[in-house]
Design a protein around this ligand. Structure first.
Ligand code: SAM
Length: 278
């Protein structure tokens, strides 16, 4: 049982009385089930850590039980989004898992033009990386478009702003940094004119609207399925299969293990593994 301090202010005497009001932990499981149903992220394996994180969130918002938070997010969209932002892990950086990206670029060369989806893109580094790789490859001179989506609204805002710290760029050569970024005090701002073919949207992959995003030659879904259980991994793969063009490919992160399913066929192994529509 946690306790929350409540301030009571007497306006006439300007006295502040502090009352210890118990924080009611009832309702956490309902909350975690709701998150899982809505966005796929399975927080049950990390329940202890998550409990503390959500309790602090509640305290900040003056909510004194998990049950009340659960009720609130049924109709309060802003509160729900804040909670989703808190509970999603947005770790990413430029040129992450590079060998796989290079293989995908080779595949891109075999297509007429290339439409790429990064779902999820977190704060955008993966999207900008692919754009830079296509620009830098002088044997690739075709039309391309890259769309990045993520459920985390703060991450998508960061992607649109395109301002990164040095840690995000640690794999980039000085040449690339100079060509594609402007150094503003200690931050790197992307040169927007160099990235005219990228776009970002905030959306949940399980939202029906996600299927209206178009059709893609290449879909990257790296380091998201790892947070889902098997059922949700397959549900996500079903969505992706619907967004794939004929002959298109899906690339997952190395840790994103997907069970056998009726939608996609696995090819290769290790870093050269990709999926096509069955
Ligand atoms: C670790 S990041 C991966 C970013 C990038 N693809 C990479 O590999 O570097 C995982 C992202 O998945 C997003 N995510 C989790 N569930 C999602 C969902 N249902 N729909 C869209 N994005 C989701 C999170 O917000 C987070 O930004």
């Amino acid at each position: 049982m946690f306790f929350r301090k409540k301030k009571k202010i007497d306006i006439e005497n300007q006295e502040v009385e502090v009352i210890n009001e118990p924080f009611n932990t009832y309702g956490l499981s309902d909350l975690l089930h709701f998150i899982k149903r809505e966005i796929g992220v399975d927080l049950f394996p990390k329940k202890a850590i998550i409990e503390t994180r959500i309790r602090l969130f509640c305290e900040e918002k003056n909510i004194n039980s998990f049950r009340k938070l659960f009720d609130e997010i049924q109709y309060n969209k802003e509160m729900k989004q804040d909670l989703v932002n808190l509970l999603t892990v947005n770790e990413t950086y430029f040129y992450r898992e590079l060998i796989q990206l290079q293989e995908a670029i080779e595949f891109a060369k075999t297509r007429e033009g290339v439409d790429v989806l990064c779902a999820p893109c977190a704060s955008g580094e993966e999207v900008y990386t692919i754009s830079m790789m296509l620009e830098e490859d002088h044997t690739f001179r075709k039309r391309f478009n890259i769309i990045g989506i993520d459920i985390n609204s703060e991450a998508i805002q960061k992607a649109k702003n395109g301002i990164y710290n040095a840690r995000s760029l640690h794999k980039l050569s000085d040449n690339l940094k100079e060509k594609y970024f402007t150094l503003v005090s200690d931050k790197y701002q992307i040169k927007k004119e160099k990235f005219l073919h990228v776009d970002f949207s905030q959306i949940n992959v399980f939202d029906d609207k996600f299927l209206s995003f178009g059709k893609f030659d290449i879909i990257f879904s790296r380091n998201m399925l790892i947070y889902f259980d098997e059922d949700f991994r397959i549900k996500a793969m079903q969505k992706f299969s619907k967004l794939l063009k004929e002959g298109g490919r899906i690339y997952l992160g190395h840790a994103d293990i997907v069970p056998e399913n009726e939608y996609l066929q696995k090819h290769g192994f290790g870093s050269s593994c990709y999926y096509t529509k069955k």
